[in-house]
Each structure stands twice: as C-alpha cells, then as structure tokens.
Design a protein around this ligand. Structure first.
Ligand code: NAG
Ligand code: NAG
Ligand code: NAG
Length: 244
C-alpha cells in the first residue's frame, strides 16, 4: 500500500474511534438523567411573577373599545383553560394543604375555576373593567418543579405615589393556596394549572391621564421578593395609563 493510503487509513480509524468514544460518553451521561427531575439542584429556586395582559405598559382609552380590545382578548384567551367547564374535570383538593403525591405515577390536578376571579373573570364583565377605567391585571407565578412555599403566600400590590390606590384582589386577600404545590413537571403533571391572583385597580376620575406605576410582590412566605440582581423574583412592576 502507498504511504498516503496508510495515512488515510490511520486517520479513518482514529476519527471513528473518537466518534465512538463521544457517543458512548453521551449515552452513559443520559442514562444517569431522570427526565422529570433537574439533576443539579441544591435548593428549589424562587419563582418569578408575570402579568397578563403581557405588557409592561398598559395604556388605553376607556371610551374606545378598539383601544383596549387587544388586552381583553388576551385575557379571554389566557383564561380559557380556567373555564369552569374545563376545571370541573380536575380534582378538588384540600384548602391550605400541600397536594403531596410523590409516589403516584399520574398526578392529580387541583382545580382553579375562572369564576373565582369574580369581577376579573371576564364572565360577568367581558371587558374586565377596562370599559369602566378600572382594569383587571392577572398575576401568575412561574412554575417551579418541587416548590412548596412555606407560610401563606399572597400577592400585595402598591402604587408608587403619595396617596393610596384602592386595589381589589381575587381570590380574596390575593391568596395563593398551598394546594397548588408542589408541581411535578410536565411529564407527569400535564394538565397542571397555576393558581392566579387578579388585581383590579380602582382608579378614580383624578387618576385618568396619569400614569400609575404598580408593584406587586408575593408576601407571607419564604419566597424571595427583594433580590437586588433578579428583579423578577417574587415581584413584578407595570405601568397603567387610562384616558377617556
Ligand atoms: C371558555 O368560556 C368562554 C366564556 O364563557 C367561552 O367563550 C370559551 O369558548 C370557553 N373555552 C373553552 C375552551 O371551553
Ligand atoms: C402590602 O405592602 C405595603 C407596602 O410594602 C405594606 O405597607 C402593607 O402592609 C402590605 N399589606 C399586607 C396585607 O401585608
Ligand atoms: C378617547 O376616545 C373617545 C371616543 O372615541 C374620543 O372622543 C376621545 O377624544 C379619546 N381620548 C383620547 C385622550 O384620545
């Protein structure tokens, strides 16, 4: 065989060996992973808060439905999964107790009915208060597998201004019930629904055309809400401007 043929053969065998090693290592690594549980997790992280409608600035003219339809449509779409008829297929769980079910192969899902959000459910008032200039904003905590908040978590919102802004909470006192924790991940807990808290800003006549900055935090529990570096942990800030 010519020397160049030998060299080619050598490289062929050499690279085939490297590729084989790589595949073997990957395979061994993957065998050690459980698809439901993140492997390297020394403690359960704290969740972030997000709002619906999904916007940092919510600005609309309350006299003009075409102006706020994007927001109310978004809320209607978001809440479809929470329709009472959909949620009735889920389980009734014990109020104020974790729904621990580590051993169950298929996890039950605790129901959260849209009607719990009352005036902010979009059922009795399909404009979610936007037509009145008293808009509802829905606050959702991100899912974290295995999270079991201690204490009694609730959402507390404050407006950054001198006088107090009246805010209504649904469910009452902005409670996030323990029954919705822990979450077991999308493979075994496919239909899981997060608990929601709706806040309705009871803006007065004087508040029209004035931008309101509102900050909501999860309080009453060990969940973090004042991290300097990650401003989304346990809190969310948004601005609302209503004109007429
Ligand atoms: C949820 O309820 C709303 C209002 O009653 C209805 O328009 C919508 O079609 C329902 N969606 C589902 C998926 O049941
Ligand atoms: C909500 O937060 C405000 C400002 O931090 C505080 O003054 C108020 O006491 C809190 N409300 C509750 C119910 O903890
Ligand atoms: C809001 O909409 C109404 C009705 O379309 C209109 O008369 C009014 O000028 C609008 N206001 C602002 C601030 O654009």
């Amino acid at each position: 065989m010519a020397p160049s043929g030998l060299i080619l053969l050598f490289y062929f065998v050499f690279y085939a060996f490297l590729a084989g090693m790589f595949c073997l290592t990957m395979w061994v690594m993957l065998q050690t992973l459980d698809e439901n549980i993140p492997t390297y997790q020394d403690r359960v992280p704290s969740p972030g808060l997000v709002i619906r409608p999904h916007a940092a600035d919510i600005s609309f003219n309350r006299s003009d439905p075409t102006n706020y339809n994007q927001y109310t449509q978004h809320l209607h779409n978001f809440l479809q999964n929470y329709n009472d008829s959909v949620q009735e297929r889920n389980d009734l769980c014990l109020v104020g107790e974790y729904t621990d079910q580590d051993a169950e192969p298929v996890k039950k899902v605790c129901q959260f009915k849209r009607s719990l959000l009352r005036q902010c459910s979009g059922l009795s008032d399909s404009s979610f208060g936007y037509a009145e200039g008293k808009p509802c904003i829905i606050i959702k905590m991100n899912r974290v597998i295995g999270l079991k908040p201690q204490g009694d978590p609730f959402i507390n919102c404050t407006a950054k201004r001198n006088s107090l802004l009246q805010i209504r909470y649904f469910p009452s006192e902005g409670r996030l019930d323990k029954m919705f924790f822990p979450y077991y991940g999308k493979n075994t807990h496919a239909d899981y629904v997060q608990p929601l808290v709706a806040v309705q800003l009871l803006l007065s006549k004087e508040d029209l055309n004035v931008e309101q900055t509102v900050e909501c935090r999860v309080e009453g529990s060990n969940l973090r809400n004042n991290d300097e570096r990650d401003k989304a942990l346990g809190r969310v800030t948004f601005r609302v401007l209503v004109s007429e």
